[in-house]
Each structure stands twice: as structure tokens, then as C-alpha cells.
Design a protein around this ligand. Structure first.
Ligand code: OAD
Length: 238
């Protein structure tokens, strides 16, 4: 049976679905991915921009990069892949969307239940008092931004070497373990612990479907690989 038809059948019969998305789901909205030919990590070094040490060394430099990304993301709109996931959420009783993306496009599309493993670029956190708050201004009026208490603010994202938000990985694992179908979309699946959800779901008995323009680190273990842009393939699965 053709892969697309097989995936469609599994989804049509599923009462529980967990989805893991990565940067590729937002690529068709014009947001650069991290790896690959046009990826952000070609021109920028993660250890200089996306670690607590980098921020301690030069908060202004880190904020300039995040300010630039916020401006880029602010212009972007959800694409047909984000919108198809909203339709699946409405259709399938037990649905969990797990994302590594910080861009907020799943929210903007209308997804209701989202586990943002790597945080949210539109939130800030105070390094002094721990307050955290939303801020959608792009560009920011002053770099680096500060909290009302006077403390230095940092982006509300998870950096390399940091833990994921408290309890969120447990919730993601629970969703992966109880899903009949696990969809993995637009991720190179090389960053842990997020990538570990794919074998986790597979061992728990889910049918794993991958949508990606290229093979990823988990392509070898998925039950069904659909090659192509998520914005074209996902709507065909509904
Ligand atoms: P990557 O940039 O590593 O991978 C993006 C994936 O999307 C690749 O496998 C591409 O082949 C695929 N892709 C590109 N365009 C696509 C499209 N239109 N449709 C479907 N697939 C497409 O991004 P992530 O896997 O999300 O973490 O990266 C994971 C984490 O690494 C990020 O959350 C970020 C990054 O460093 C932190 O900053 C902590």
C-alpha cells in the first residue's frame, strides 16, 4: 500500500495521537531551520548564542540575536501544516502537540494543547526574581531588556545545557506512550531529550509516521516515512 494511504488509514482509525514538531514545520512560513544548507547553525555558533554561559558572558549579543529572530518570526504566518494540526486536534479525542519550536506559530494557528519543550521566544524571564511574562514587541525598545524589579531579563527559551520546563517531559512521555499514532514532523531528531520521544512512542506500541523533506536520525525506526514539505503532505492526511 502506498505510504500516504497507509498513514491516512492509521490516522482515520486513531482515537489518540501525539505529534512532535521541529523547525521544519515552520520552514514554509519563512522561518529558517537550524541545521541543513540554509540552517541558522551554519552562520551562528550555538555555544555563543544559545547557552547560559554565552548569556552570562555577553547578554547584549545574545539579545541582539533573539531580537533579530523575533523580528523575523513576527512577520511569519502559520502555514497549512500548522492549520492541519489544529484540524487533527479537533477530530481526535486524545491529542497532544509537542513542539521544539519557540516561534508561537502553533498558538497563532489555533492549537490548544501544546507542550513547548524548548520554551517560547515571546516570553521573558527575570534572572534576578524569576518572574516570567509575555512580550511580543519586535524589535525590543532597549537591549538588553530588564524586569520591573530591575533585574536582567532573558529569553523564555531553553538553552543547550539547561533542563526542560518542570514536568513537561513527563507529560510528553505520557502522551507518547498512550498514543495509537505518533506523528513526527520537520525535525532532524538529533536534540535530546525531545528526539528520544520517537523510539519511546515506538516501543510503547504507537504507529510512527514521519513527515520530512529529508531523512532524519529516526527515519530508520519509523513505520511510515512521508517525504516532502509538511505544508503539502499534512493536509493530505486529513
Ligand atoms: P533542525 O533544523 O535540526 O531540523 C529541521 C528538519 O526539518 C530537518 O530534518 C529538515 O529536513 C526538515 N524540513 C525542512 N523543511 C521542511 C518542510 N518544509 N517540511 C518538513 N520538513 C522540513 O530543527 P529541529 O529538529 O527542530 O534547540 O532542531 C531541534 C532543536 O535544535 C531546536 O529546537 C533548537 C535547535 O538547536 C534549541 O535551541 C535548544
Amino acid at each position: 500500500m502506498e505510504n500516504l494511504e497507509q498513514a491516512r488509514q492509521w490516522l482515520a482509525g486513531a482515537t489518540s495521537l501525539a505529534v512532535l514538531t521541529g523547525a521544519g514545520v515552520s520552514a514554509e512560513s519563512g522561518i529558517p531551520t537550524f541545521r541543513g544548507a540554509d540552517g541558522l547553525w551554519k552562520d551562528f555558533k550555538p555555544e555563543e548564542l544559545a547557552t547560559p554561559e554565552a548569556f552570562a558572558r555577553d547578554p547584549r549579543l545574545v539579545w541582539e540575536w533573539y531580537n533579530w529572530r523575533r523580528e523575523l518570526i513576527r512577520k511569519a504566518q502559520p502555514n497549512p501544516a500548522h492549520r492541519a494540526l489544529v484540524k487533527l486536534e479537533i477530530k481526535i479525542a486524545h491529542f497532544t502537540l509537542i513542539t521544539q519550536n519557540v516561534d508561537g506559530l502553533h498558538d497563532l494557528a489555533g492549537s490548544g494543547k501544546i507542550l513547548k519543550l524548548h520554551g517560547d521566544i515571546w516570553r521573558m524571564r527575570c534572572t534576578a526574581c524569576g518572574a516570567n511574562w509575555p512580550d511580543r514587541r519586535a524589535p525590543l525598545p532597549k537591549l538588553p531588556p530588564h524586569c520591573a524589579c530591575g533585574g536582567l531579563a532573558r529569553p523564555g527559551v531553553v538553552w543547550f545545557g539547561e533542563s526542560l520546563p518542570e514536568g513537561m517531559m513527563k507529560e510528553a512521555e505520557h502522551a507518547a506512550a498512550s498514543a495509537a499514532v505518533f506523528l513526527v514532523i520537520g525535525t532532524s531528531a538529533v536534540v535530546y531529550p525531545a528526539a528520544g520521544l520517537v523510539p519511546f512512542a515506538k516501543h510503547a506500541g504507537a504507529k510512527v509516521i514521519e513527515i520530512n523533506t529529508e531523512p532524519s536520525a529516526v527515519s530508520g525506526i519509523v513505520d511510515c516515512a512521508l517525504h516532502g514539505p509538511a505544508g503539502e503532505i499534512l493536509p493530505q492526511l486529513l
